[in-house]
Design a protein around this ligand. Sequence first.
Ligand SMILES: *[C@@H]1O[C@H](CO)[C@@H](O)[C@H](O)[C@H]1NC(C)=O
Ligand SMILES: *[C@@H]1O[C@H](CO)[C@@H](O)[C@H](O)[C@H]1NC(C)=O
Ligand SMILES: *[C@@H]1O[C@H](CO)[C@@H](O)[C@H](O)[C@H]1NC(C)=O
Ligand SMILES: *[C@@H]1O[C@H](CO)[C@@H](O)[C@H](O)[C@H]1NC(C)=O
Ligand SMILES: *[C@@H]1O[C@H](CO)[C@@H](O)[C@H](O)[C@H]1NC(C)=O
Ligand SMILES: *[C@@H]1O[C@H](CO)[C@@H](O)[C@H](O)[C@H]1NC(C)=O
Ligand SMILES: *[C@@H]1O[C@H](CO)[C@@H](O)[C@H](O)[C@H]1NC(C)=O
Ligand SMILES: *[C@@H]1O[C@H](CO)[C@@H](O)[C@H](O)[C@H]1NC(C)=O
Ligand SMILES: *[C@@H]1O[C@H](CO)[C@@H](O)[C@H](O)[C@H]1NC(C)=O
Ligand SMILES: *[C@@H]1O[C@H](CO)[C@@H](O)[C@H](O)[C@H]1NC(C)=O
Ligand SMILES: CC(=O)N[C@H]1CO[C@H](CO)[C@@H](O)[C@@H]1O
Length: 661
Amino acid sequence: MLFPAPLLGLSWLAGLAHGAVTVYSQQPLGDSTKTASAANYTAAAAYDPTTLTPPTPPSPPTTAFDIALLSEPGVVSGLSIPHGGDFLGFSIEFSVITNVIGINSSFLQVPFLNLMQSLAQRGGRVNVRVGGNTQDYATLVPEGSIPNYKIIQKQDTGNTNPTETPTLDFTAEVLYLLGNVSALTNVHWYLGIPLNDTANLRLQIAEVGEAVLGDKLIGLQVGNEPDLYSAHGHRASTYGPYDYFGDFGIVVAAVNADAAIPTKNTLIGPNLSGTWTPEQIWDTGFITSYSSSIGALAVEHYPSDNCFAEFGIGSPVIPQDVFGAYLNHTAAQQLVAPYIASTVVAQAAGKPFLMFETNTASCGGFPGISDSFASTLWALDYALQMAYTNFSGAMLHVSGQDVYYNPFTPPPTNETGYHQWTISPLFYANLAVAETLGNSNSSQVLDLNANGGNMFTPAYAIYESGAAAKLALFNYVSDPSGASDYTVTISVGGGTTGEAAATPASVQVKTLTAPSVSEKSNITWAGQTYGGYFASDGRLTGDESVQTVQCDTTANTCAVTVPAPGYVLVFLTAAAYSESNPTSTVTFATTSLTKTANTATVNASVLATSNGHSGSGRALDLGSTSKETTSGARLERGAPGVALLISVLCGVMFLRRALVR
Ligand SMILES: *[C@@H]1O[C@H](CO)[C@@H](O)[C@H](O)[C@H]1NC(C)=O
Ligand SMILES: *[C@@H]1O[C@H](CO)[C@@H](O)[C@H](O)[C@H]1NC(C)=O
Ligand SMILES: *[C@@H]1O[C@H](CO)[C@@H](O)[C@H](O)[C@H]1NC(C)=O
Ligand SMILES: *[C@@H]1O[C@H](CO)[C@@H](O)[C@H](O)[C@H]1NC(C)=O
Ligand SMILES: *[C@@H]1O[C@H](CO)[C@@H](O)[C@H](O)[C@H]1NC(C)=O
Ligand SMILES: *[C@@H]1O[C@H](CO)[C@@H](O)[C@H](O)[C@H]1NC(C)=O
Ligand SMILES: *[C@@H]1O[C@H](CO)[C@@H](O)[C@H](O)[C@H]1NC(C)=O
Ligand SMILES: *[C@@H]1O[C@H](CO)[C@@H](O)[C@H](O)[C@H]1NC(C)=O
Ligand SMILES: *[C@@H]1O[C@H](CO)[C@@H](O)[C@H](O)[C@H]1NC(C)=O
Ligand SMILES: *[C@@H]1O[C@H](CO)[C@@H](O)[C@H](O)[C@H]1NC(C)=O
Ligand SMILES: CC(=O)N[C@H]1CO[C@H](CO)[C@@H](O)[C@@H]1O
């Protein structure tokens, strides 16, 4: 289910624009009255101040336990398939892309670029799905046919179904926008082929998408929650798994016959919501029939819903009552259980198995849960559990202002002049997953069933190229007294395992923590934070603090403490640490000397090649395309606090060339 924010007017921007490029100004406009009132903006769900009471800590608390890891390649059993650091990505509702990704291909949302870049630098790349309920009614229309230079437009054309899914017109500019993002930071995209009308398939999104995005387009979803089509009135009440099998076949045939879609094997289905079991689809012969067209198998699932509060559907859920259900390891295990048989089927068929859309609860999530540190730990454990059980990736859903569960939220459009973005606790899970799995593409995950399987203190080991590389430790307990912090004594090899002792002389440790599981803004990853509401330009601020823990070389053990609540990532080797911790960080900042001269350009090829190699604070002033401007773009190296962001413009000529290839 999705609840897109209404597209708000953008006309205020007109006064800031210079020619064909820019303008994204987050400079304070100097209107103190407005700023003050807006600082207290709480109307939208995304800024709901509801704070829940954390569950009472278990008594007695866990204070210590041991973890003994096997280290030699080949001897450890139960490891997952290899994963990349792009495991946990995003599913962005089609109708909010102009607020989140960019207004058009020359006006990109800089905070979004910075957020994606921070993940790409840790995990190698980021996968983003653009779609949702609106995708089945999306239609590509000619450039310029939507008024006011807009690139998407919703219109209620009387599509008769209970969810009143509107028609969504979009222009090819949407695809150029995605392409321009990919030229700056390593984002790959999943799109969807509309399936509301199989007699008149609209394949243009695939045709233009492939031409513009090339290999940055990694999959095309066919049908969104087909098991809800009959419930939503999109199909006859008898619509069943074999009907979907038939519809998918129509798309396969059409794609195979379409010379404008050269890559045939990127289709993704069935994207079930849980009304049908995946097995019901496998039983139709889906995988064998369409094997050469299928790029990945996918499902979508939310553990709960807040539909009663939002729409009066179903039964009421009181967030405080279900807070504890997000705060233990059983939650993650229960979420993956229905799909483990399917990940085996997928592996046998040689196809990735994806959780294409998920989050804390559908119908917008729960106040106090979806937007607190509880969601960070929940999503992190859920993602690592999916990795362990051989999913190949998962996407957290992103919608408008009117949901609690966004990992990040741009300010309301009428407030972009003086507010920055709100980076929610959930995003720190993306950050930590990217860093935990790293960019080697060889990370295999093992749930250690640690501490006797205690549900509040789960742990995972990450093996790279077969050897123990990292250890991930959770503490779900919220206890400001410190009495529920625990110390884990780690040994690698040695002991009764028959292996040579391989405990390192020291380990490096990063901690993700907050004062409590209810916390909404004071969340830190290795000491750095995105701050609270409206506080971020998409870059971490503060000094990074990575702990070096000296190990006991006589006993061959290392003692690492995990705060309550918290997540601790232990790097067991120097290689594991350097892999996801580049010595320098490229971010997208543009600075401006005057409010009226804020057009800036960044050469895409410079950005692409300078990753990790740019000098400290080195400014790459490449000039601007607009005569009356004086500002330049800077590549910042871990530089904190430059609050002024304007825009990024790059020359990505290959995109245009790709179209005529
Ligand atoms: C921005 O628009 C929203 C929705 O129309 C409104 O609630 C809010 O008060 C506006 N903010 C300002 C500062 O005008
Ligand atoms: C892109 O959007 C900006 C801001 O709305 C606008 O000034 C500019 O003219 C647009 N560019 C194109 C090519 O439409
Ligand atoms: C983005 O894409 C457009 C094509 O629509 C291209 O003209 C432009 O140079 C690209 N780069 C930027 C930053 O606008
Ligand atoms: C499918 O969606 C398109 C775009 O919204 C609409 O024009 C068309 O009438 C729909 N077809 C059916 C059969 O619902
Ligand atoms: C598909 O996507 C929709 C759109 O948001 C989502 O709500 C739903 O759970 C997904 N359904 C399926 C079948 O995966
Ligand atoms: C643990 O999580 C499960 C699944 O969400 C939930 O049913 C259970 O109540 C939770 N246990 C505790 C002790 O909170
Ligand atoms: C994941 O796949 C690996 C490799 O096939 C297998 O050894 C392992 O048992 C699987 N894990 C689960 C939980 O099915
Ligand atoms: C990881 O895989 C991606 C795509 O599958 C590839 O582009 C990248 O180069 C790989 N990274 C390494 C370190 O092999
Ligand atoms: C933020 O949380 C940390 C503990 O995680 C605490 O030490 C610090 O005082 C808090 N800062 C603020 C401003 O509340
Ligand atoms: C970007 O920089 C590269 C390398 O210096 C140069 O070859 C290219 O022409 C530049 N592109 C633009 C659009 O300025
Ligand atoms: C009326 C009101 O609540 N004003 C508050 C708005 O926010 C500022 C800064 O956070 C507070 O100082 C005001 O009291």
